[in-house]
Design a protein around this ligand. Structure first.
Ligand SMILES: [Fe+2]
Length: 367
């Protein structure tokens, strides 16, 4: 499905035009806990049509939350969905759209997914996941992470409004930015990368580097650049999926409560260091060496080793005040929980003994 990405601060007018174009009668507004803090919230509450609000979910949304959202959508006779929030709100909205077209008497997760014509609009209030432009959603069922994937859940419109980042706490800004950074780098080296995905990843990475300081100082131009970058990185992983750093990060988040983007960023330089050691002296790996050099250049470094040192140092620079402590006793559990699907997208295989070594190095750094 063709998606329109619109950069705007005239959200109310833009939404008015979209809703009229699609003849929407009643909107389900899906918002998260940060909605009341948004500078722009009144603009969504003042739209020229009836709206129902759904906010009964948390940051790791449950399947049951989505079922409640589907009931709300049906009970309120809505015909379109507008998500305003971080990745979780957008993921919930995607699932409400998808499941609203399925049989409500059976478990939605077991059914064959099919497209429906419910209009979905997404307005991200963080610059990280790029969920507003992907076909993925993550929800939890009976304690297990479920990746819901379907082409039809890419929102028809994504509206990027930098005003939405102004009230985001700095720690969250750092962590979500790092998700976009990891997604762009991992997408770039994913075995599924294409010319188009690499172009998105390159643009995303360039914008992240150029806009990082302004973004962290909460300047409008920095916020806008980071929203664009996260969106581009989202479009890149929509084509390629993520790789080993993401695969290794999920259990760090579960065990230690480290936010997703920071957890992926903890793993990234170690994964890259290992891969670089595999290809640096290998004459048969010229293409991968060149690709790694391209990524290093986008990060502003003439060589890969320098780019990896930069990433290690960035972690220290961003989180000097906020140290983490991991436990060597958890390494077997960390290794056993690595997501095999994401791992299989990596350009170099990481067998169990390598994963163990990588986690050992991570624990040494964060102990
Ligand atoms: Fe991510």
């Amino acid at each position: 499905m063709q998606q329109e990405v619109i950069v705007t601060t005239a959200v109310r007018d833009e939404l008015g035009r979209i809703l009229a174009r699609h003849d929407v009668q009643k909107l389900l507004l899906v918002v998260d806990a940060a909605f009341p803090l948004l500078e722009t919230r009144e603009e969504y509450l003042d739209l020229p049509l009836p709206c129902a609000i759904f906010d009964a979910f948390t940051s790791n949304p449950l399947y049951e939350d989505v079922v409640a959202g589907v009931s709300c959508f049906r009970r309120q006779h809505c015909d379109a969905i507008l998500a305003v929030g971080g990745g979780s709100a957008i993921d919930v909205a995607k699932c409400i759209k998808l499941y609203s077209g399925l049989d409500e008497t059976r478990l939605y997760l077991d059914q064959e997914y099919r497209a429906n014509d419910i209009l979905l609009i997404a307005i991200p209030t963080t610059s990280g996941t790029g969920s507003e432009s992907t076909r993925y959603a993550v929800i939890y069922h009976e304690g297990k992470k479920q990746s819901v994937t379907h082409g039809s859940i890419v929102p028809r419109y994504a509206l990027l409004d930098p005003r939405n980042l102004v009230t985001l706490p700095l720690y969250q800004k750092k962590c979500t930015m790092l998700d976009a950074l990891c997604q762009s780098i991992e997408s770039w080296w994913s075995i599924h990368s294409t010319e188009a995905s690499r172009a998105y990843a390159r643009q995303a990475l360039t914008l992240i580097l150029a806009g990082m300081d302004d973004y962290l100082q909460n300047r409008d131009s920095g916020n806008l650049n980071m929203l664009r970058a996260a969106n581009l990185a989202g479009r890149a992983i929509n084509l390629t999926q993520t790789t080993a750093a993401h695969a290794m990060s999920y259990q760090i988040t579960s065990l230690y409560g480290v936010p997703h983007g920071r957890a992926a960023f903890i793993c990234l330089p170690f994964v890259w260091e290992y891969m670089w050691s595999c290809v640096a002296e290998d004459d048969g790996a010229g293409a991968l060496r060149e690709l790694f050099s391209d990524i290093a250049h986008a990060l502003g470094h003439g060589d890969v080793a320098g780019a990896i040192r930069f990433l290690h140092a960035l972690d220290g620079r961003l989180f000097a005040e906020d140290r983490l402590h991991f436990d060597a006793g958890d390494i077997p559990q960390l290794v056993a929980s690595v997501n095999p699907t994401r791992l299989s997208n990596n350009p170099i295989a990481l067998p169990e003994e390598v994963l163990t070594e990588l986690y050992r190095a991570i624990v040494r750094k964060y102990s």
